[in-house]
Design a protein around this ligand. Structure first.
Ligand code: GAR
Length: 225
C-alpha cells in the first residue's frame, strides 16, 4: 500500500539551462521532499530548461515580456500564469530578470533565489570572474529570500568551495553548480515543511532567527538538518 503524503506546490522560474530546476524536480520525488513542482515558467521560449521540465513530466511554458511591457506589467503577466497553481513558494532558478516591486510584494516572504557567490560578496553578474580577479580563496553559492533589494534578501544557506590556483570561470562555475544542486532542494524542502520562513525582514529556521546563512559543510559534518 502506498501512503500519499501532502506536497506543497511550487513554481520555478528559469531563463536558461535549468540544471537547478532539474535538481529540484528530481529531489521533489523523494519520499521526504514535501513539495512538488507544479509549473516551470521562463521569460525565454528558447530556454533549454523548458523541454527538460516537460521530459520530466512537469508543465512548462514561456511567458515572454511584450516589447512595450515595463517591469510591472511583466510581473502581472507572470503572476497571472503563477496564481492558478496557488504555489506555496516561487523559486527563482537562474531567472535573469529583475522582478517588479509589486511582484515581490505579491509573494512576499514566498520567493527564494539562488545566487552563484557567497553573498553579500558579488551580487549581480559575472560572479565567478569577479571572485577570480579578487584572488578569493573561497567561492560558492547562496540561497536567499527575495526582497526588493537585488541579491540582498536574508540568506538561508550557503555552500563553499575552495578556489584552486588553476581554476578558470568554467571550472569554478561547474563546482559551484554541483553545490547549488545540493543546497537548493534542501532550502525548498525546509520552507515547504514549515521550518523555514521569512518574518520581520529576517530568515527564520526552526523558530530561530538566522544571524547568517546555514553553512552546508557544517550540516554535512554533523549529519544534521
Ligand atoms: C545558476 O548558477 C544560478 O546561481 C545563477 O544562474 C545559474 C543558472 O543555472 N543565477 C544567477 O546568476 C542569478 N543572479 P541553471 O539554469 O543551470 O540552473
Amino acid at each position: 500500500m502506498s501512503i500519499k503524503t501532502h506536497r506543497e506546490p511550487i513554481v520555478i522560474l528559469i531563463s536558461g539551462r535549468g540544471s537547478n530546476m532539474r535538481a529540484l524536480i528530481e529531489r521533489s520525488r523523494d519520499a521526504a521532499a514535501g513539495y512538488e513542482v507544479a509549473l516551470v515558467l521562463s521569460d525565454k521560449p528558447s530556454a533549454a530548461g523548458l523541454a527538460a521540465a516537460r521530459d520530466l513530466g512537469v508543465p512548462a511554458r514561456a511567458v515572454v515580456p511584450a516589447e512595450t511591457a515595463d517591469r510591472a506589467a511583466y510581473g502581472r503577466d507572470l503572476a497571472a500564469a503563477i496564481d492558478p497553481c496557488a504555489p506555496s513558494l516561487v523559486v527563482l532558478a537562474g531567472f535573469m530578470r529583475i522582478l517588479s516591486a509589486e511582484f515581490v510584494a505579491r509573494y512576499s516572504g514566498r520567493i527564494l533565489n539562488i545566487h552563484p557567490s557567497l553573498l553579500p560578496k558579488y551580487p549581480g553578474l559575472h560572479t565567478h570572474r569577479r571572485a577570480l580577479e579578487a584572488h578569493e580563496a573561497e567561492h560558492g553559492a547562496t540561497v536567499h529570500f527575495v526582497t526588493e533589494q537585488l541579491d540582498g534578501g536574508p540568506a538561508v544557506i550557503q555552500a563553499r568551495i575552495k578556489v584552486n590556483p588553476d581554476d578558470d570561470e568554467d571550472s569554478l562555475a561547474a563546482r559551484v553548480q554541483t553545490e547549488e544542486h545540493r543546497i537548493y532542494p534542501l532550502a525548498v524542502r525546509w520552507f515547504c515543511e514549515g521550518r523555514l520562513r521569512y518574518a520581520e525582514e529576517r530568515a527564520w529556521l526552526d523558530g530561530t532567527v538566522l544571524s547568517g546563512p546555514v553553512q552546508y559543510d557544517e550540516i554535512e559534518a554533523s549529519g544534521g538538518r
